[in-house]
Design a protein around this ligand. Structure first.
Ligand code: ZN
Length: 292
C-alpha cells in the first residue's frame, strides 16, 4: 500500500514537469524524431545522449528542442575518468570537455557524470576514486567557464567494477563538498538522484535532506527495480512494475527542496525497447501520473 501521508502532490495533469531520458526509447530513431515524439506526448523535458548527436549540428538540435517547447534536462553522459595511464586519462578529459561544450550549446540543466570505475586489469578501487576526484576537479573548471553545471550520478554498487566507483548519494555529496567547499546559491557541482541506483540505501532519507541543504539536487531519474532482475544493465522496469516506492521517494526528494523534472530513464531491451515508441511514451505518461 502507498502511504498517502508521505505522498507528494500528484503528477496528474503535470507532464510538463516530467521528462524523457532518450535511453527509455532504446535509441531506435534519429534525435529529430525522438524530440518530436516526446513533445507530441506532452512531456516538458528531454534528456538526450551524446551518441544521438554524433554527426549532427549541436546548435541545430538545440534549436529543434527549443522550437518543440522542450527543455533539456541532463546531457548524458561523461566518458569514464579512471584509466590505466596518463595519456588515456587526458584523452577522457578532452572528450568530456567537448561534451560539456555541447551541453552548453544545448542549454542543458546539467552534464551528467557517470564517472567510471576500475580500469581493465586493476583491483585498486581507491586509486580509481582518486582519479575520479582529480578528473572531476579539472572538468569543474571547464564547466564553470562554459556555464554548465556538472551533476554526479551515483550508481548502484553492482556497477562499482565497471561503470561507477561513486555508489551512494553521500559519497557523491562528499566529493562535491571536497571540490566545491563554499558553493553559492547555485553550486556548479550537483548530484543526480536515480531511483534505480539509490532506492536500497539505508541512509536515503538523510542523504536527500543533506543534498537539499547543500542545494546540490539537480536531477531525478525514475524507473523501477524488477524482481528478479535478469540483466544488470538493460532490465529496468516501468514505474509500478517493480519494488521501488517511487511516490515516497519523490516525496522525500521534493521535501528536501528538489523542484526540477521527474525524468524517466528505462533501459529495457527485453520489454520497452521492443514496443512502439508512442506506446512506450503513453505508458510512461500514465505511470508517471498514477505511480510516481
Ligand atoms: Zn540515471
Amino acid at each position: 500500500m502507498v502511504d498517502r501521508t508521505q505522498a507528494p502532490a500528484s503528477l496528474e495533469g503535470r507532464l510538463h514537469r516530467c521528462a524523457i531520458n532518450t535511453a527509455t526509447l532504446g535509441f531506435r530513431m534519429p534525435i529529430e524524431r525522438t524530440i518530436e515524439a516526446v513533445a507530441r506526448a506532452g512531456f516538458g523535458g528531454i534528456g538526450p545522449w551524446r551518441r544521438e548527436l554524433e554527426g549532427q549540428s549541436t546548435a541545430a538540435v538545440a534549436r529543434h528542442v527549443r522550437d518543440s517547447g522542450l527543455r533539456v534536462t541532463g546531457y548524458c553522459r561523461s566518458t569514464y575518468l579512471p584509466a590505466m595511464d596518463q595519456t588515456a586519462r587526458a584523452a577522457a578529459i578532452d572528450d568530456n570537455r567537448r561534451a560539456i561544450d555541447d551541453a552548453a550549446t544545448l542549454g542543458a540543466a546539467c552534464f551528467v557524470m557517470v564517472v567510471g570505475a576500475l580500469p581493465e586489469g586493476s583491483r585498486d578501487l581507491a586509486a580509481a576514486r582518486h582519479q575520479v576526484e582529480e578528473g572531476t576537479a579539472t572538468l569543474l573548471d571547464h564547466a564553470r567557464k562554459a556555464g554548465v553545471r556538472l551533476a554526479l550520478e551515483p550508481l548502484h554498487p553492482m556497477y562499482a567494477a565497471d561503470r561507477s566507483c561513486l555508489n551512494t548519494i553521500d559519497q557523491a555529496l562528499d566529493l562535491a563538498a571536497a571540490l566545491e567547499p563554499a558553493p553559492g546559491d547555485l553550486p556548479d557541482l550537483g548530484v543526480v538522484i536515480d531511483a534505480y541506483h539509490v532506492w536500497w540505501d539505508p541512509r536515503l532519507g538523510e542523504a536527500l535532506v543533506r543534498g537539499g541543504c547543500d542545494r546540490r539536487l539537480v536531477g531525478f531519474h525514475v524507473s523501477d527495480w524488477l524482481v528478479p532482475t535478469r540483466d544488470l544493465l538493460t532490465d529496468r522496469g516501468m514505474m509500478g512494475d517493480g519494488v521501488i516506492d517511487l511516490l515516497k521517494l519523490r516525496g522525500l526528494i521534493e521535501r528536501a527542496g528538489y523542484a526540477g523534472f521527474v525524468e524517466v530513464e528505462i533501459f529495457s531491451d527485453r520489454t520497452w525497447w521492443r514496443r512502439p515508441v508512442d506506446d512506450v511514451l503513453a505508458t510512461t505518461a500514465d505511470r508517471l501520473q498514477s505511480r510516481c
